[in-house]
Ligand binder design. Structure first.
Ligand SMILES: Nc1ncnc2c1ncn2[C@@H]1O[C@H](COP(=O)(O)OP(=O)(O)O)[C@@H](O)[C@H]1O
Ligand SMILES: [Mg+2]
Length: 322
């Protein structure tokens, strides 16, 4: 399953991503964690030191190699340089298994809290603008678009919900999106913005209340987001302790917060994989991006990259080139 955490900066995206990742690992699941947040804090939230975090190779600096590998022998992609972040897989493309022995996982992922962690590398607000070709999160989109995740496998992406993720279609790449919201007007404003963008697409979204203090906070969130509110976490002393440098394990969380994490997992596990939809949306956004900027940027008709007979999933994985 592909899972995104989005929300306002400071709402707790990274914290809740890291707690959910630890929860999944503790349940015995295979987990890939991806830090695609504008502030790269996931590694430290997963217990790595600042030095270890700084040493993780950045996906954003290896986009050309990622493209070259994923392109494989796909004849519809004329050259690695013609591959843009929305270029969908087709016959001949190399597909990825979660944590597989491909060069992307083996070169870019490090172990953190029992998960395999990859990071986009730091980026700025400017990277989130319309100059899409050089986008740092493009590497994550390519990764997700070529990843065949099986049952019991999870990829958790700590995302920046900037305009770019809507323009490129990144927001449609997930089986479930968790929008982290504090019980404040600003917290719920992001929810409205998100549901406006996502309204035309079939995107599954749940709100997770964070730093919730009591029933009034829950009622506030419920008033604004209705049934999209899945569960709430409180202000956690154990999380604060971790910020202060104390060792942290998932067992240090309070009963209620642990129950909330189990609720998150149950919501994810309740999703049914829809590979045709995943493939259709990838193509839709590729065509959109081709017409908007990519055809002009590359000097080629990139709509010709679409392999209309191809559907991502277990079937093409079985026949992939070595
Ligand atoms: N449930 C929580 N309990 C205690 N502190 C929290 C909790 N959630 C977030 N925080 C703290 O709030 C701050 C912002 O959280 P962070 O996860 O970095 O937000 P984001 O990734 O959305 O910018 C951090 O200092 C973090 O430790
Ligand atoms: Mg963050």
């Amino acid at each position: 399953m592909k899972i995104a955490f989005v929300g306002k900066g400071g709402s707790g995206k990274t914290t809740l991503s890291s707690l959910f990742i630890r929860h999944l690992v503790a349940s015995g699941a295979a987990v890939v964690a991806v830090d695609a947040d504008i502030n790269q804090h996931l590694a430290v939230a997963l217990g790595l030191s600042e030095d270890e975090a700084a040493a993780i190779p950045a996906m954003g600096e290896h986009v050309a190699e990622i493209k070259a590998w994923l392109r494989g022998t796909n004849p519809r992609i004329s050259a690695t340089q013609s591959m843009v972040k929305t270029t969908p897989p087709g016959a001949g493309s190399r597909l990825l298994r979660l944590g597989g022995d491909d060069p992307i996982h083996s070169k870019l992922a490090v172990e953190a809290a029992g998960a395999r962690l990859m990071v986009t590398g730091p980026f700025t607000d400017e990277d989130l603008g319309v100059a899409c070709y050089h986008s740092k999160t493009g590497a994550v989109e390519l990764y997700l678009n070529h990843l065949v995740d099986g049952p019991g496998e999870y990829v958790v992406v700590d995302c920046t919900a900037g305009a770019e993720s809507f323009a490129s279609g990144m927001f449609t790449r997930f089986d479930l999106t968790f929008l982290v919201a504090e019980p404040t007007r600003k917290g719920v404003a992001v929810y409205r913005q998100w549901t406006d963008y996502a309204a035309d697409y079939d995107v599954a979204l749940n709100v997770i209340g964070n730093k919730v203090h009591g029933p009034d906070d829950v009622a506030f969130l419920r008033d604004h987001v209705g049934d999209d509110l899945l569960c709430c976490l409180g202000q956690s002393g154990a999380v604060r302790g971790m910020e202060q440098g104390r060792p942290f394990g998932i067992d240090d969380l309070g009963e209620r917060d642990r129950a909330a994490l189990a609720t998150l997992q149950a919501a994810v596990d309740g999703r049914v994989k829809d590979w045709p939809k995943f493939t259709r949306q990838a193509i839709e956004f590729h065509v959109k991006n081709a017409r908007a900027w990519a055809n002009a940027a590359i000097g080629e008709d990139l709509e010709a990259q679409v392999d209309a007979d191809f559907v991502l999933g277990e079937a093409p994985l079985a026949t992939r080139p070595s």
